[in-house]
Design a protein around this ligand. Structure first.
Ligand code: CMC
Length: 392
């Protein structure tokens, strides 16, 4: 069988070549298609960044208008797909609702099953970018027992999503431009992160030539876990727990350092960033601004600041190069925006979608593509003989 290298968690194994995102974990650098994340965060918008990730270049005005217009025209969900939401329990976690609805898109668009049909790939790309915010808003509406709103295609993607989430059918919804801009920025910061767990999942499923919807649905399920996208909800639950215990940051940090089962400093640490997470730096800068603008005076923010200060000065975290990651402050912003804790990871999924699509497309276009099929080191029994049940 040849020589097999054991590398749990793929710490040292590159599974592909990629032109999309560059990370230097020691220097805290993140670039999409060569553009520094700081510049994109300051000057671009989520639709433009989606185009950049998927097509490799920033769009011209004409390309941008056409792309944005196509997305705007595909925001409606098939009426039969809306029935799906009634089948879930009212308190269903929105992540499996999201992945189930995306999986179901394969049944509504059966012409999309061939991943090499370029027209269908373009259509599926646009459908996903347009419909995922609608699906996400309906998952929220279902959870609070409120009526669904049809998309209003005179609005931009993020505004439309906020209106479908927080608006009511008979009332005009005033979309706050500061809120829209803040969410757009967070989507940009989440848009891609090279071969993370969910993106690798999308590539792996896609490597069997499964269609785009099936692959993205699998990626959403990978993102659900608390060590990945689920960390943004877990951070808030951790902060609430500390608050409920009287805000004692010191004893919580001791529990983390003693490695009490299940106790980690959520929102800290990263497989690749060993200096700082540039996304966290941008988010921290905007967190105060956004929280200030939204008039939120959250005691959890104070706990988060104390935790961060304490951890950054503590040998346990310094020796292990553990720094705040993208998820440390996002939960506080999402909470201030009015989203329930359970819903935070859905917002991560909306942001990560263009990255997943870009990687799926790059993988299928790669002439060196092979089905993903890792090897293993077998540690089980050597050959032995079957004994009938009465003899065991
Ligand atoms: N709190 C306490 N100890 C930690 C933490 C943490 N958050 N993260 C890592 N460590 C310790 C870990 O116990 C280990 O210690 P030791 O060497 O004594 O055994 C050492 O640091 C190295 O950690 P690791 O688990 O080998 O590192 P990894 O690269 O496998 O894991 C990680 C990376 C992000 C899964 C991990 O840091 C973690 O669980 N963090 C908390 C969850 C989190 O915030 N996830 C979001 C990641 S960023 C966005 C995303 O991907 O969604």
């Amino acid at each position: 069988t040849g020589l097999v290298t054991l590398d749990p968690g793929f710490v040292n194994t590159a599974a592909c070549k990629s032109d999309i995102t560059y990370i230097d974990g020691d220097a805290g650098i993140l670039r999409y298609r060569g553009y520094p994340i700081e510049e994109l965060a300051a000057k671009s918008n989520f639709i433009e960044v989606s185009y950049l990730l998927i097509y490799g270049e920033l769009p011209t005005q004409a390309q941008y208008d056409e792309f944005a217009d196509r997305i705007q025209r595909h925001t409606l969900l098939h009426e039969d797909l809306k029935q799906f939401f009634d089948g879930f329990p009212r308190d269903a976690h929105p992540m499996p609702v999201l992945s189930s609805a995306v999986s179901a898109l394969s049944t509504f668009y059966q012409d999309s099953l061939d991943p090499f049909d370029q027209n269908q790939v373009e259509l599926s790309t646009v459908r996903l970018l347009a419909k995922l915010p609608t699906i996400a808003a309906y998952a929220y509406k279902k959870s609070v027992g409120q009526p669904f709103l049809y998309p209003d295609n005179s609005l931009g993607l993020v505004e439309n999503f906020l209106r479908m989430t927080f608006g009511f059918p008979a009332e005009p919804y005033e979309v706050d431009p500061a809120l829209t801009r803040a969410l757009d920025l967070l989507f940009i910061l989440h848009a891609d992160h090279e071969q993370n767990c969910s993106t690798s999942t999308v590539r792996m499923v896609g490597s069997s030539e499964a269609n785009l919807f099936a692959s993205i649905s699998a990626g959403i399920n990978a993102l659900f876990g608390p060590l990945h996208g689920g960390a943004n909800s877990a951070v808030l639950e951790m902060l609430e727990g500390i608050h409920a215990n009287g805000g004692d940051v010191d004893s919580f940090v001791e529990r983390v350092k003693n490695k009490e089962p299940g106790v980690k400093l959520m929102g800290f640490g990263h497989r690749v960033y060993k200096n700082y997470d540039p996304r966290a730096a941008i988010i921290k800068k905007t967190a105060d601004e956004v929280l200030g603008k939204l008039g939120a005076n959250d005691p959890l923010l104070e706990i988060a600041l104390k935790l961060e200060e304490k951890a950054l000065a503590d040998d346990y975290f310094v020796e292990r190069k553990l720094y705040p990651n993208v998820d440390f402050y996002t939960g506080l912003i999402y909470k201030a925006m009015g989203f329930p804790t359970k819903y935070f990871t859905v917002l991560f999924a909306l942001g990560r979608l263009p990255g997943w699509i870009a990687h799926w497309r790059e993988m299928l276009e790669d002439p060196a593509r092979k089905i993903s099929r890792p090897r293993q080191v077998y540690t089980g029994e050597a050959e032995r003989s079957y004994r009938s049940i009465g003899e065991r």
